[in-house]
Design a protein around this ligand. Structure first.
Ligand SMILES: Nc1ncnc2c1ncn2[C@@H]1O[C@H](COP(=O)(O)OP(=O)(O)OP(=O)(O)O)[C@@H](O)[C@H]1O
Length: 290
């Protein structure tokens, strides 16, 4: 479980985050989404004890990071700047980290293969591609078999198969009862993995809740012979109508119902489509309004 309560961080001139409160619950993947500079990394860094909050609390399993008895076994983190020394091989890096977290060497081999790096274990991490570095960071995060995973822009640099691999890994972690918090500046990147989303804009929470709630309902796009008459009829039967001057956008009615209404008022319909708003558009209008 991850909780932030009225978390605020001010630098000398900038308030990076203000009153940020949200919960990431076990068994679910929570996405933290915001445009560049919105405060995602600041929030995650405070959760991981890398930065101190000006006020408020950031808790992992009910405790601040520095109060955790075995932090590396409770929380695994993938941060933007990565972890590995460029001169070390992937294998040496993981063994060093294993020693720090009290994990056995046998788990290192197992993890290298789990993240698809066994072929590159003897290569210097400085020669790794961005995607390989992300895979190594994920392996490092998983070393201590933590319940809680925190990932900052972890999909950066991954190709489509890498993205699919990461999504499956995070979904499985949540399915086993783990807590996953992953940030991104693209909601579309999280669309297939997150159960819940926290949208942050200019340091403040704009939405926190199930992903489905953010998308909202579908609407109908209707073009017909007498828009004025159609509009009145749709509203009379409980629809809510807006228009761009050409097309009517109707919510609160099914396509079947709208078609029947048009037939009833004898207006020909040229187009009747059910539309689901594109998630990225919803996010951009939300983030843009902040
Ligand atoms: N050490 C610092 N000193 C001063 N201001 C900072 C510092 N770190 C972050 N900020 C400011 O705080 C705000 C939030 O930054 P943060 O890095 O948390 O955003 P972000 O959402 O992670 O963005 P990005 O996706 O670009 O990394 C920005 O305005 C940033 O300039």
């Amino acid at each position: 479980m991850i909780e932030t309560k009225a978390l605020t961080k001010s630098y000398r001139r900038v308030t990076a985050i203000r009153d940020v409160s949200f919960t990431a619950t076990p068994g679910r993947v929570t996405g933290l989404v915001g445009l560049n500079g919105s405060g995602k990394s600041t929030t995650l860094r405070i959760l991981l004890g890398l930065s101190r909050a000006t006020s408020g609390a950031a808790l992992i399993n009910g405790k601040r990071y520095h109060q955790l008895r075995h932090p590396l076994r409770q929380v695994g983190a993938v941060l933007e700047q990565g972890l590995a020394h460029p001169g070390q091989t992937g294998y040496t890096h993981l063994v060093t980290q294993a020693l720090l977290s009290g994990t056995s060497r046998s788990r290192v081999k197992e993890l290298l293969s789990f993240v698809g790096l066994d072929g590159a274990a003897a290569k210097r991490t400085g020669d790794y591609s961005l995607g390989m570095r992300q895979r190594l960071s994920v392996a490092t995060a998983l070393l201590g078999e933590p319940d809680v995973l925190i990932l900052d822009e972890a999909a950066n640099g991954l190709d489509p198969s890498g993205m699919a691999w990461l999504r499956e890994l995070l979904r499985e972690h949540a399915a086993r009862g783990g807590t996953v918090l992953i940030s991104s500046h693209l909601l579309s990147e999280l669309e297939q993995v997150a159960d819940d989303v926290v949208v942050i804009g200019r340091g403040e929470i704009l939405h926190a809740g199930p992903l489905a709630g953010l998308i909202g309902g579908t609407r109908l796009r209707v073009r017909g012979g007498n828009p004025q008459l159609l509009w009145q009829a749709f509203e009379r039967y409980g629809g809510t109508v807006t228009t761009d001057g050409q097309v009517l956008y109707v919510s609160g009615l099914t396509a079947e119902h709208a078609g029947d209404i048009a037939l009833h008022v004898q207006v020909p319909v040229y187009e009747l489509v059910t539309e689901t708003p594109h998630l990225e558009d919803v996010f951009l209008s939300l983030a843009g309004e902040s």
